[in-house]
Design a protein around this ligand. Structure first.
Ligand SMILES: Cc1cc2nc3c(=O)[nH]c(=O)nc-3n(C[C@H](O)[C@H](O)[C@H](O)COP(=O)(O)OP(=O)(O)OC[C@H]3O[C@@H](n4cnc5c(N)ncnc54)[C@H](O)[C@@H]3O)c2cc1C
Length: 451
């Protein structure tokens, strides 16, 4: 591989090509537990032209290319396949244009830039401080505001993509309406680095809401929390945040962040509404009443922005709080129709008890997107086997309830075994044909999503 590294160093300069063992180890992981792969070398391009040059070189020498953003993925998408070139795009972070007249931005540091212009970029994955826009588009990431505002796909107006044969293509534009042929950009959104390398993104922004209110309710019964969610939606309120923590997560959060959650609570709901101040005020009151009516033990309504930050910390730190508890944390994202949430949460708790594994569940209750999080130790083979079985049952049950095996983290390596059952042969066959058409030599992130 040193020859490949030397060739790439000719293109990029030696300082932007890494191939020493410590770098290969560092770039061998993403955010997914128990997955590792060793690349041949890592390239750090800064321009589309450099990406295209590297892809042309890789195609000529039949070397696989694994595109990587910040490596925060939770399904193994950017874990290297042996001997590949890791194309790490973190240096392609330039803001190219902010266009307030058309409410668009072409950028990677999107959220802050939008905010400074009095606008909002709604998708807010928990990893937003470190993950890249390219990674967010490649995974079609969601976030806490998904219920009201949707996911990354809903804000992508255009993409520049380098294809497997090194050609650069541009899809989309600043027009709100555009039906020129197939919606090609949508094929690349959520394609996990398997169809092309995203080098520029044109994003839509929305006006920043004038007001926001944050509430936190605790429940001594999980069903009461689930019923509160259904009643809020039935009351025609669409909160911008409607998040859930179960009892294990509550205890871990409290030990870690001391936000004042009652340790005997079975469930916590974090609720936020944003928009016109008068509407926000009314919706906050309604949500508090609905929660009380459905048996909430406590309902706190933040009166200051500091208090709002304190309440939302309970949800923001959930993953970190759980991750401290055991050597290995496996975060899943089974998703079900909202009406099946209580059913699904109960099932997760039963499965965890049956297989004697610790599982804390939190997530985007308003989207039906749950994060059952296994607290385990990858060195304990017997326990890992039980985790695997419990996880399989959870995925199968989600699909049985009309849900999906992944709501936002993607399939990658971690979930590809479950995909055929989840989507069926016809869909999978079509995906394979698309992959063969766009990447006939199977060089872009091979072995991810499906073999
Ligand atoms: C603490 C934590 C919280 C998280 N919270 C959320 C959350 O709330 N919602 C959510 O959806 N996810 C969440 N994630 C998962 C993860 O952050 C997202 O999937 C994110 O979009 C990955 O971005 P990245 O830059 O780290 O990409 P990577 O992990 O480097 O890559 C992810 C995938 O995208 C591909 N890829 C990356 N860049 C490109 C590109 N430019 N072109 C083509 N393919 C590319 C890679 O090949 C890989 O398959 C969280 C992760 C962590 C660690």
């Amino acid at each position: 591989m040193q020859n490949v590294a030397a060739d790439l160093a000719q293109m990029l300069g030696a300082e932007r090509v890494l191939w020493e063992q410590e770098h290969l180890v560092t770039y061998g992981f993403d955010g997914t537990a128990a997955l590792y792969g060793e690349a041949g070398c890592i390239a750090l391009p800064k321009t589309t032209e450099e990406v295209s040059q590297i892809v042309r070189y890789a195609a000529k020498h039949r070397i696989p290319v694994v595109t990587r953003g910040s490596g925060t993925g939770l399904s193994g998408g950017s874990v290297p396949v042996p001997g590949c070139i890791v194309l790490c795009l973190v240096q392609m972070d330039r803001v190219l244009e902010l266009d307030p007249k058309n409410l668009t931005v072409v950028t990677q540091k999107v959220a802050e830039l939008a905010e400074a212009a009095g606008l909002l970029y709604p998708p807010d994955p928990g990893s937003m401080r470190i993950s890249t826009i390219g990674g967010n588009v490649a995974e079609n990431s969601g976030g806490l505001r998904g219920l009201k505002y949707g996911v990354t796909r809903d804000y992508v107006m255009g993409l520049e993509v380098v294809l497997a044969d090194s050609e650069t293509v541009v899809f989309g534009n600043k027009c709100v309406k555009d039906v020129e042929g197939y919606s090609m950009k949508d094929i690349f959104i959520g394609s996990e680095g398997t169809l092309g390398i995203i080098t520029k993104v044109l994003l839509q922004l929305v006006p920043k809401p004038a007001a926001k209110k944050t509430l936190l309710a605790t429940f001594s019964e999980m069903d009461a929390a689930a019923e509160t969610v259904s009643a809020i939606i039935a009351a025609k309120i669409i909160p911008c945040t409607l998040e859930f923590l179960d009892k294990i997560t509550i205890r871990c959060v409290e030990e870690y962040a001391h936000v004042g959650l009652p340790l005997d609570a079975e469930a916590v709901l974090l609720m936020e509404t944003d928009g016109h101040p008068a509407v926000v005020q009314e919706e906050a009151q309604q949500m508090a009443e609905i929660a009380r009516r459905h048996g909430a033990s406590t309902v706190q309504v933040a009166q200051t922005s500091e208090e709002a930050t304190r309440l939302s910390t309970a949800r923001r730190v959930a993953f970190s709080a759980l991750a401290r508890v055991s050597p290995t944390t496996i975060l899943e994202d089974a998703t079900v129709p909202r009406s099946e949430l209580a059913n699904m949460i109960r099932f997760i708790q039963q499965v965890a008890a049956r297989y004697e594994v610790a599982v804390g569940t939190f997530g985007h209750m308003g989207d039906g997107n749950l994060h059952p999080t296994f607290l385990t130790d990858e060195k304990n083979a017997a326990e890992m086997a039980r985790v695997e079985k419990a996880m399989t049952e959870i995925f199968e049950y989600a699909v049985k309830l009309g849900g999906t095996i992944t709501g936002e983290h993607g399939v990658g390596l971690a979930k590809k075994a479950f995909l055929p059952k989840a989507i069926g042969d016809a869909s999978l066959g079509l995906m394979r044909r698309l992959k063969r058409t766009l990447d006939p030599d199977n060089l872009l992130n091979p072995g991810k999503i499906f073999d």
